[in-house]
Each structure stands twice: as C-alpha cells, then as structure tokens.
Ligand binder design. Structure first.
Ligand SMILES: [Zn+2]
Ligand SMILES: [Zn+2]
Length: 362
C-alpha cells in the first residue's frame, strides 16, 4: 500500500492508502523523492481549476526514482530500475501531430499528473503527493545525476526549465541584451538565472516591498539591479541603464494588467514582451496596442516548456553555478500537504515562501 494526500472535497486534503499497482509493458512505477508545490496547486485545491473528477491526488512537479518499469517503456525512455528521474507532468496521446512535434501540453487528450486526472479508479496513484506515482504510457522522463540536491532537482521540470524556455528559447535573449523581469517569485527567479546564462546585461528584476528576500536572491542569481515597484521608478531606471533606448526583452510574470501595459513602454523598438503571467480575461482592452504597432513589438505568450528546456535545465543544475535549492523555503511531510498547498497560495499568516515542497518519506 502507498500513502497519498487526496483531494476528496475542495478545500481539504486527507491521507489515504492505495494498493501499489504493477506496471504493464508500457508503464512504470516511481518512488517519489520530492514533489514541488506551486500556484497551480491551491487553485486545484479550491476548485478554481477543476478539469478532473474528484478525488484527485495533487502534485505535478515530480522528482523520484524508478521502482519498476515495463520492458517497452524502458526501451522507449532509456530509463531503468533505480534511475533517478524528473518526470514531465503532461502526458499526451503520443499519436497526434502536436504530440509527435514534442508538444504534448497542447494535445487534446492531455492529462497532467496531480492536476488533470482523477484518482477515482485504478491505478489511483496519479499525483506526486504520494509515496509512489504510477507512470502511464507516453510519460516523458529524464535521468538526472544522483548527486544533485533534491531541493534543486525538484525545480528542474517546472521552474528552471520554464525560465530557459521563456527567456532563451521563446524570448530569444542574447548576450548584451537589456532584460527586465517583472515579478520576483519562483518563475521570475528562474528567468533571472536564464537571462544570466544568456549573457544578458543589464538584468533588472522588479518586485514589491514584501519581496525583499526574493529580490536579494535575484541579485545573487545575476540581477544587476532590483526595483521595488511601490517605491522606485522602474521606467526611469531602465531608461538610465539603456541610455534611453529601452529594454530588448521584458518578461512579465506577475499577471498584473497594469504591469503588462507598462511593460510595453519599457521596450525598445522591435523589442520582445514575453507574457507569462496569467491575467484573467478582459485585460486586452487596457493594453496600449498602438505602442505595439509603432514600436513593432513582438508579444510572445508562454505557459510551459518542452523537453529541450528540461534537458538544458538539467545541464545547468549539474553545473552548480546557481544555488537553485535556496528557493525552497520549507519541505513538508505528506501529512501536512494541505499546509504546503496553503503556503503556496500565501494563505498562511506570517509566511511568504518562495517555494515549498512535499517529501512523502519525511
Ligand atoms: Zn507547478
Ligand atoms: Zn496527442
């Protein structure tokens, strides 16, 4: 039997035990080492992002070790029993054009461990807030070295890889580019690291007054300047640092419509805005679209990443150039998974974590 933190009704996680299934030829079983928690989890927890029938086992940022694997799955993935892996949460059908193009996140039949799949029926164990996770056919996983710290490795798949995808692969940051990152959470910090890796300079990270600790970490990760939005003039600083030309790339991670609009004014002509912060609908009417036209700006939407970014993130973590693990503010045992989710949703008094995680063996 394996223990799991289960969402049986919205707003409450309970511990349940499930039989551990034997994987078939195309399947595998993962012994979960650590599961990351992000802003998606509180949304699912409160029923704001419900795309699967309850109960759901939460947990979609997955680090673990292969406990058992079917022959076909081992051949397809190159992964064997005992290997430590990061698992991609999105599993496509494996057959449609988008899946074959390496973008299963757009597959019409996609499921996401811990988010868009029910635990109602066998094999039940389909979320990472559990001792074991059942891996369905077509699951993508990547081997990672045993000696990488778990607190860093748990961020490969959903944090560090997003930074690389958004800033480098889709943002196109190049050496010497002036990059502005609006936001100071885990994704913004990952974008800071990615911008530094691209050789961007200057890198400016803008947060709020409560983000002092995060902004300090941003400077350690390579930000040349940080700005507190309520107190300082971001536009003035960007103008000074770029001799009035404007930023080459602005990555908007906050989802604040006003910040999104302001980002357009920070850019130089033909600059790029990477739009990564979920705003909710209706915001477009507030965007100064003529600025986009007259400056010939490019707006690139992003919401996830592909395998190329994950592989690059593994190399980056293995280089040990950044103490990524310092982003983990606290690790919770499985019995406190609900507290972990509430922490990620900033629902706990006096606790404003950058990122938390769940260790099912703690
Ligand atoms: Zn996540
Ligand atoms: Zn597909």
């Amino acid at each position: 039997m394996a223990r799991a933190a289960v969402l049986e009704e919205y707003g409450r996680l309970v511990l349940r035990s499930f039989p551990v299934p034997d994987p078939g030829p195309e399947e595998a079983l993962l012994r979960v080492e650590l599961a990351g928690v992000c802003g998606t989890d509180p949304k699912v927890f409160h029923g704001q992002l419900c795309q699967a029938e309850l109960p759901i086992i939460l947990g979609h940022e997955i680090l673990g070790r292969i406990e058992a694997i079917g022959e076909a799955a081992a051949e397809r993935t190159g992964v064997g029993v005992g290997d430590r892996v990061t698992v991609e949460a999105s599993v496509g059908c494996g057959a449609c054009a988008l899946c074959r193009r390496g973008a299963p996140r757009f597959c019409r039949r996609v499921i996401d461990y811990g988010v868009r799949i029910s635990a109602a029926r066998p094999p039940h164990l389909l979320g990472a807030f559990a001792e074991y996770l059942f891996l369905l056919p077509h699951t993508s996983m990547h081997k990672i070295p045993d000696d990488l710290p778990a607190r860093g490795a748990v961020m490969l798949n959903a944090v560090l890889s997003n930074g690389i995808q958004w800033v480098k692969l889709q943002g196109g940051a190049r050496p010497g580019d002036a990059v502005v990152i609006q936001g100071a959470g885990q994704q913004a910090l990952a974008c800071t690291i990615a911008a530094k890796e691209c050789g961007a300079a200057p890198i400016v990270v803008c947060g709020l007054r409560r983000d002092a600790e995060r902004l300090a970490l941003a400077r350690e990760f390579g930000a040349d300047a940080t700005v507190i939005a309520e107190e300082e003039n971001l536009a003035g600083l960007v103008a000074d640092l770029t001799h009035g030309e404007g930023a080459d790339l602005v990555v908007e991670v906050t989802g604040d419509p006003a910040a999104l609009a302001a980002a357009l004014h920070l850019l130089r002509p033909q600059g790029t805005l990477v739009h990564a912060g979920v705003t909710g609908d209706g915001v477009l009417t507030q965007l100064p679209l003529d600025v986009v036209l007259f400056k010939e700006l490019r707006i690139q939407g992003v919401f996830s990443k592909g395998s190329e970014a994950i592989l690059a993130a593994i190399d980056l973590l293995a280089s040990r150039r950044y103490a990524v693990e310092r982003m983990i503010s606290r690790v919770y045992p499985l019995a406190e998974a609900e507290t972990a989710v509430r922490a990620a949703g900033n629902e706990l008094p006096d606790f404003y974590p950058i990122k938390v995680a769940v260790d099912p063996w703690l």
